[in-house]
Every structure is written in C-alpha cells, then in structure tokens.
Ligand binder design. Structure first.
Ligand code: G3H
Ligand code: 13P
Ligand code: NA
Ligand code: ZN
Length: 328
C-alpha cells in the first residue's frame, strides 16, 4: 500500500522513530529494501534522484515500484522524489504518482551555487501549493550541505561550491528554519548539520565540532511539529570498505555518520534519514568479492544475488537501529 510522507512521518513522530529513505535505481535495490522491510515489519521510503529516473527510465522505475507494492502488500511504501531541482521535476514526479517530492531550493536549479533565501521560499512555496492540492507531501531544504572540516559547501554534483564558507553559512539557522517552514508549508525540512553526500564526509570519526547534532536539537525546539530530514546520512561501514579494498578496490580511509549520532538526531525530531552511499558500497563489496574470487564467473545473477543480500543486511540493520522495525 502507498502512503504519503506526511502520514508516515506523523506516525514516526508520534511513536518516536526514524525512517531510512533509501535511494533506488534498479530492481536489486528494490528487492533488498522490501525484503528487509518485510522481515522487520517496517514501513518504507524509496526515493529516486533525477539521475535514477533517467538511468532506469520513469516508466520502468514506476512499474518497478508498482510491482514491489503488489509483491509486498503489507508494507506501506512512500515513493519520493529526491532533490527535485525545479517545479517541472516535482510536477512530473507528481504526474507519475509519487507520494512525496523534495524541492531542493537551497541550490540554484542547475546546482551550481547555493541559492538565496527568497528564491528558496518562492520556488518551494510554489511546489507545496501544487503538491498539496493533489495530496502529495513536500520536503524542503534550508542550508548548505557541506563540510565543517574544510568549509566547502556542496554543489549538486558533489563538488565544492566556490570559496570557503563559515560555520554560520553552512549550518541551518533555527530562526530562519521557523520562518521558512511558516512561509512554505513544507511537511518535512532537510537541515544542514555538517554532513555531505557520498563516501567522503569526514577524515576521522566525527566529533560534535564537525557534526552538529546540537543544531538539530535547537531547530527541533524552535519548530517541534516539523519533521526533520538528515541528508548525507550513510555511515560508510568500515567492514564494507575492507571487503572492497581486499578485492581490488582502492577507497581511501574515510568516515561517515555514526549510527549513534543518527539515533541522537532521531531523539531530537529527525524522522527521515537519507541513505544512498551505504547501498552502493554494499553492492560494490559483494560484486567485487564474487568476481575476484571466481574469475571464470559471468552469470550476473551469481554476483547480483549477493549484492541483494548485502544491501538487505544493511537495510535491516538501519530499520532496527532507527526504530522503524515493527511499525509497518
Ligand atoms: O543526493 C544524492 C543521492 O545520493 C543520489 O545520487 O544523483 O547520483 O543518483 P545520484
Ligand atoms: P549519502 O550519500 O550519505 O548516502 O546521502 C544520500 C542522500 O542524502 C540522498 O539525498
Ligand atoms: Na542544501
Ligand atoms: Zn541528499
């Protein structure tokens, strides 16, 4: 069954849990996410980036989710547009039957630079009006995802925006967040607290200086009824990096967001936790291991089945760690 983001996160807030939002690009990810949800009795958020939509194609991606819905009838599924960049991306997602859209007006439409506040309010309000008219939920974003270690803000392509930004410029301001939510009527708000997309978030296990969970606490106190979203929330498990590097990979030492910190965030109002990189690492670890150990293997099912299993393990762990389990 399908569920809007608003319905799902209202339930999560009422019961004090968080929901991982896993990115989807293909069938193996869909099976992994839903099998894990079934085994843990968890509701699901599946999100598609613009890149995912063009990779799989809107038609196939939509039919894949429809298929998952039929195959897992007891699991509530919220299909969400990740990082919509303008009204048209969100409008097309709504036409395709998505339950929720993110209008990321924190960046200009081409992803080149952090946008100004007024642009963000205007474009996000436009999307909220359109989406709410047809019962679709909206996530907005305020603040610049980026590194408090380097001061580099993130552009949409994952590379640094020009210039070094201050702590104030990078982190979401609680008062501005309150004004933004009142002006735009978003159902959920993505906040910037020092995380960034991809595997290279921190050069060592993050402290409170570079991962500002205290800012989440302040924002939550200011707008307790707004569901908060953490982007860039992969934990970059060391075990996966080890497998990848043991079987021919060369990923340098790097750290993600520790699960305990996400759990603290959930205590302070974080309800949606975006995870893409961890699934990518799981796939890469599984595929590398099979292919490096069996040089004669060429049946894709022989490495994609382990890729499903490795992703499923990761999904199950997050459903349990975030308290999602048991809430389907
Ligand atoms: O926000 C970034 C997500 O990890 C999606 O990445 O745009 O490469 O599909 P992508
Ligand atoms: P990660 O790169 O940490 O998995 O973040 C994904 C994300 O925020 C998608 O919007
Ligand atoms: Na941003
Ligand atoms: Zn994101």
């Amino acid at each position: 069954a399908r569920i809007t983001l608003r319905q799902l996160l209202d339930h999560a807030a009422e019961h004090g849990y968080g929901v991982p939002a896993f990115n989807i690009n293909n069938m193996e990810q869909g099976i992994a996410i839903l099998e894990a949800a079934k085994e843990t009795d968890s509701p699901v958020i599946i999100q598609a980036s613009r890149g995912a939509r063009s990779y799989a194609g809107d038609l196939l991606l939509g039919k894949l989710v429809e298929g998952l819905e039929v195959q897992y009838p007891t699991i509530p599924i919220c299909m969400h547009q990740d990082h919509g960049n303008n009204e048209e991306t969100c409008a097309s997602a709504i036409r395709l039957g998505y339950d929720s859209v993110m209008m990321d007006g924190s960046l200009k439409a081409d992803g080149s630079t952090p946008a100004d506040y007024d642009y963000n309010v205007r474009i996000t309000s436009d999307v909220t009006r359109m989406a709410h008219y047809v019962g679709v939920s909206v996530e907005g974003e305020l603040g610049v995802l980026g590194s408090l270690e380097t001061g580099m803000g993130e552009k949409e392509d994952g590379h640094g925006a020009e210039g070094v930004l201050s702590r104030e410029q990078l982190l979401t301001d609680p008062d501005e967040a309150a004004r933004f939510v009142a002006a735009t009527k978003v159902d959920a708000l993505a906040v910037a607290i020092g995380t960034s997309h991809g595997a290279y978030k921190f050069t060592q296990k993050p402290t409170g200086e570079v991962l500002a969970i205290d800012v989440i606490e302040k924002i939550h106190k200011r707008i307790p009824d707004t569901h908060l979203v953490m982007h860039g929330s992969s934990s970059v498990p060391e075990e996966l990096l080890e497998i990848i590097n043991k079987y021919g990979g060369a990923i340098p030492e790097t750290y993600g967001v520790p699960v305990e910190e996400i759990q603290r965030g959930i205590r302070f109002g974080v309800r949606k936790v975006n995870i893409d990189t961890d699934l990518r690492l799981a796939v890469t670890a599984a595929v590398r291991k099979v292919l490096a150990s069996n040089a004669k293997e060429f049946d894709p099912r022989k490495f994609l089945k382990p890729a499903i299993e490795e992703q499923k393990k990761l999904c199950k762990a997050r459903y349990e760690q975030f308290g999602t389990a048991g809430n389907a």
